[in-house]
Design a protein around this ligand. Structure first.
Ligand code: 5GP
Length: 278
């Protein structure tokens, strides 16, 4: 598998940032939706985003919801199912809690990212069988929905995915939590405050968590446009604000280990569905 070397990755990220700041890579095009401005050709376009939100998923929690399997669902890979936080998306967001989407009519083209498919399958897998919603009826919703709006910074499709992988590798949440003793467990509960402060100490920025039934399902880390970490919650530094922003989480939360799907529960029997039926 073609895993990106750290050197290549940081060189590429540096190139992207320099190229973006020099205006060498793609500029904004007309779009639709929230925060509309009128572009130079009289077409509406969405205002440029304020910051990046790297949304990560915890498969141990997410996969508990799996009812159907298909080849594209990483929850169905048995012992090869992911055991680290995986990428949900790199989202360009506004400070007011809204976000732009589908900023251009560019379509996703898998050929453009053919050299990234191995790491993407591993670290940015789908954790469900349903087709993700897309902007214009095509595949590749992540690029069309979020990547096109990130283009002022991340450039084209290839650079959007490469940048996302680079940032994910550089800010390795799973490693930071494991080193602090927050390891996957089906019995332990961990203090939300402890998890938040380990990440604050490592990245000097405050993450945001989302839970389901007391288990971590999503963890977001946020970045300025130059990819320096920043708080996900705007204008808040007090620890009570920080904790209430992760308000789907109780004070003690779990980080479930991946459990074999459907094991020991006759009612949650999985059905395998051919990909073209979905
Ligand atoms: P969910 O309902 O699973 O949280 O989100 C569904 C979809 O809405 C996500 O896959 C993502 O495309 C979009 N979305 C949800 N929250 C945010 C957000 O904070 N920022 C952005 N840019 N998109 C979001």
């Amino acid at each position: 598998m073609a895993v990106l070397s750290a050197k290549l990755a940081s060189a590429a990220l540096a190139f992207i940032l320099v190229a973006a700041s020099l205006g060498l890579i793609e500029a904004r095009e007309a779009g639709i939706g929230i925060g509309i401005e009128i572009g130079s050709r009289g077409k509406p376009r969405q205002r440029e985003f304020d910051y990046f939100n790297l949304a990560l998923q915890w498969p141990g929690t997410y996969c508990q919801r799996t009812r159907h399997c298909c080849s594209s669902n990483a929850c169905c890979r048995g012992s090869n199912s992911p055991s680290v936080f995986t990428i949900h998306g790199l989202w360009p967001d506004y400070n007011d809690g809204t976000w732009p989407a589908c900023c251009t009519r560019k379509h996703f083209d898998e050929k453009e990212i053919s050299t990234l498919l191995d790491p993407l399958e591993k670290y940015w897998p789908s954790l469900s069988c349903g087709n993700p919603s897309s902007c214009h009826g095509g595949k590749g919703s992540f690029w069309e929905k979020h990547g096109t709006c990130s283009a002022p910074v991340t450039g084209d499709e290839y650079n959007y995915f490469l940048t996302t992988l680079n940032v994910y590798f550089k800010y390795n949440v799973t490693k930071v939590l494991n080193e602090a003793g927050y390891v996957p467990s089906n019995t332990e509960k961990y203090p939300l405050r402890g998890i938040v402060s380990v990440i604050q100490n490592a990245f000097h920025a405050t993450p945001k968590l989302a839970c389901r039934n007391g288990a971590v399902e999503e963890l977001h880390i946020c970045f300025y446009k130059d990819f320096k970490p920043r708080d996900c919650v705007v204008g808040s530094s007090s620890s009570s604000d920080v904790l209430s922003s992760s308000n789907s989480c109780p004070n003690y939360i779990s980080l479930p280990a991946y459990a074999s799907l459907g094991a020991g529960n006759a009612e949650s029997k999985l059905s395998w569905v051919p990909d073209d039926v979905l």
